[in-house]
Design a protein around this ligand. Structure first.
Ligand code: ADP
Length: 311
């Protein structure tokens, strides 16, 4: 049984290094918040598994093989008739990025509670879910709720990244979904200031952490971009500063990389500070390269940079 499971949608990514209006070549890869975090954890040595629906289009085998190559167990993935979600990213001339998503009605968005393997969830040590997993459809939201409830009731830890995307739903819906899930959440991984402002009306990292802790969450890591991360549990809190990257090429997926590395450390019983340092170091290495997955670092590189920076 993998140490870390996650549930959500992973899409095909098509990347162009020029604006879409001009690009003639698109490079195929994959990406999706909860899946990106699994790659980050797997590259550090955690055993991982993904819960999703995969459409039976020509991308089915590409996705399954790519996940397996990253060490992600796919036995909890259900193959169904339908298409896999897709997004395009293009780099504009002035460094701006264009994003286009084709995900509405995708196979993953039809995930429902009946897809869940109850026994696997009862044995699960840690499950990562996100606001995106909840936002993609009403049935996926129900699957997140049921899966988290089972893991929580059987002594596993549910980790939650609100990852609020106004494109997918509004703040009121997201708040209601968060409120419903809160009693099951052990580890919260919010971002500040924008996301927490929209969701909770709070921007101060210590106040954001207090919100989650006062609702029974055990560990909170508030990701604050270049400012670093504020971590807290019932007994203590601290700031861990960000690791300056040698160059910033692409910050997309930095939060997912942080999540995967942080959860890898928590599963190994490391202190909150060390877990946050590992997350911040892995995320810093990720932003030095392009893509949410391709530029994710591996274990030795992360530990070497962590020691060089934090001592
Ligand atoms: P999210 O993608 O969820 O909004 P953040 O942007 O806060 O998350 O990034 C997560 C973590 O990645 C940060 O806490 C920080 O440690 C690291 N990080 C992100 N952007 C940078 C950057 N430009 N330089 C250094 N570290 C960064």
């Amino acid at each position: 049984m993998p140490e870390l499971l996650s549930l959500g949608e992973c899409m095909i990514e098509l990347f162009a290094d020029r604006p879409l209006a001009e690009a003639t070549t698109l490079i195929k890869t994959f990406g999706g918040d909860t899946c990106n975090a699994l790659v980050a954890a797997a590259r550090l040595g955690t055993s991982t598994g993904f819960i999703t629906r995969v459409g039976d289009d020509p991308f089915r085998d590409f996705l399954l093989h790519a996940w397996r190559r990253e060490g992600i167990d796919t036995s909890l993935c259900r193959i169904v008739p339908g298409f896999n979600g897709l997004y395009l990213i293009a780099l504009g001339n002035n460094g701006a990025r264009e994003f286009i998503y084709y995900r509405s009605g995708s196979a993953a968005s039809t995930l429902e509670p009946a897809d869940l393997d109850q026994e696997a969830l009862r044995q699960c040590r840690m499950l990562l879910v996100s606001g995106i997993s909840q936002a993609i459809s009403v049935t996926a939201r129900a699957a997140v709720q049921v899966a988290s409830g089972i893991v929580h009731r059987h002594g596993g830890d549910v980790a939650y990244d609100p990852n609020f995307r106004p494109r997918l739903w509004n703040a009121e819906e997201a708040r209601a979904a968060l409120t419903a899930l809160l009693p099951t959440i052990a580890i919260a991984l919010p971002s500040a200031p924008e996301e927490s402002d929209l969701l909770l009306g709070v921007t101060d990292p210590a106040e954001i952490a207090d919100f989650y802790l006062s609702h029974g969450v055990k560990i909170v890591a508030v990701k604050c971009g270049e400012r670093g991360v504020f971590v807290a549990d019932e007994g203590a809190s601290c700031w861990v500063e960000a690791v300056p990257p040698r160059q910033v090429i692409d910050t997309s997926g930095a939060g997912d990389t942080f999540n995967g590395a942080f959860l890898h450390a928590i599963l190994r019983g490391f202190s909150l500070r060390t877990a946050a340092q590992l997350g911040a170091t892995a995320a810093s290495l990720k932003v030095e390269g392009r893509g949410a997955v391709a530029s994710q670092p591996r274990g030795p590189q992360v530990w070497e940079r962590l020691k060089a920076y934090y001592g």
